[in-house]
Design a protein around this ligand. Structure first.
Ligand code: CP
Ligand code: NVA
Length: 310
């Protein structure tokens, strides 16, 4: 995607509908070529630095494998082992890393810190999850819906659970695709109001809609896609007991999904807690696409890497 060359991916709010659509198409093409053993070495000789302040399975491995498949190299760095972990400034780190690397992928506690790093790095910075956004996840989610349903515009997406980073990026991506989005969270766990407003405007521009409530059933009614995430995100472990109680009516189970369309898709960014946010019968049932979704992190991110680092 030519217009993305050299660009950061901090949030999909910075990307146009055309850019997101083109990334999904590029991901489809790269997935096909890769499965045929013909992934083009678009990033030959390039190195992506991968900085993690938090745990990861999918993000770490899919970025590292993706770089390798594109002919480049992904370098894992635990933030605690870097000097930034003992107080070196983001400013200096951004400048120094720009002298060695061709791109940075970072999973961080604070979105503000990632923005600051991107300001001071002359190379593209890709957000691998912050407290506010998880854009790479949302691209993989849209890719998965596109593969399973054949299209995305006009489909109803129900996000039921915590109004968190995953929810924010998902509603922005789905709004660009012209989907009808219903977000249901418990009272007090609503998604960020400004992000919801922006997503709503984008959805309306694209023939979709966005509806917010505290009622999981209302959200699930007639849904083509039912999506949830953990109730307690990384860094919120102190709140686990309270959250278990506050979210108890928001479990995705057989009763709740009986409101959705018969051929609904269940999605979850993973990792999941079975019998908490989702019943085993749903996540391990015939309507669940979680492993295709997880694999698609690889393909969607390769499209991003090939576009911004080319
Ligand atoms: N979905 C996701 O980002 O998974 P990891 O935390 O394993 O990277
Ligand atoms: N909302 C979760 C997503 C993990 C991929 C978290 O931030 O921990």
């Amino acid at each position: 995607v030519d217009s993305l060359k050299g660009k950061d991916l901090l949030t999909l709010l910075d990307y146009s509908k055309e850019e997101i659509t083109d990334l999904i198409q590029l991901a489809v093409d790269l997935k096909m070529l890769t499965k045929a053993g013909k992934c083009p070495p678009l990033l030959e000789g390039k190195t992506l630095g991968m900085i993690f302040e938090k745990h990861s399975t999918r993000t770490r491995i899919s970025f590292e494998v993706g770089m390798k498949q594109l002919g480049g190299n992904g370098m894992f760095m635990n933030a605690r082992d870097l000097q930034i972990g003992r107080g070196e400034s983001v400013y200096d780190t951004g400048h120094v890393l720009s002298g060695y690397l061709d791109g940075i992928m970072i999973r961080a506690n604070s979105h503000a810190m990632v923005k600051e790093l991107a300001e001071h790095a002359s190379i593209p910075v890709i957000n691998g999850l912050t407290d506010i956004f998880h854009p790479c996840q949302a691209l993989a989610d849209i890719l998965t819906i596109h593969e399973v349903k054949g299209y995305t515009a006009g489909l109803k997406l129900a996000y039921i659970g915590d109004g968190n980073n995953v929810a924010h990026s998902l509603v922005i991506a789905a709004a660009n695709m012209g989907m009808h989005i219903a977000v249901a969270t418990p009272v007090g766990y609503e998604a960020n109001e400004q992000i919801l407003e922006k997503a709503k405007a984008i959805a309306l521009e694209n023939g979709g809609s966005l509806f917010v409530s505290n009622d999981p059933i209302e959200a699930a009614v007639n849904a083509d896609v039912v999506y949830t995430d953990v109730w307690t995100s990384m860094g919120q472990e102190d709140e686990t007991v309270k959250r278990l109680a506050d979210f108890k009516d928001f479990q995705i189970n057989d009763a709740l999904v009986s409101n959705a369309k018969d051929d609904y898709m269940f999605l979850h960014c993973l990792p999941a807690h079975r019998e908490e946010e989702v019943a085993s019968s749903v996540i391990d049932g015939p309507n669940s696409y979680i492993f295709q979704q997880a694999e698609n992190r690889l393909h969607a991110q390769k499209a991003v890497l090939a576009s911004v680092m080319a």
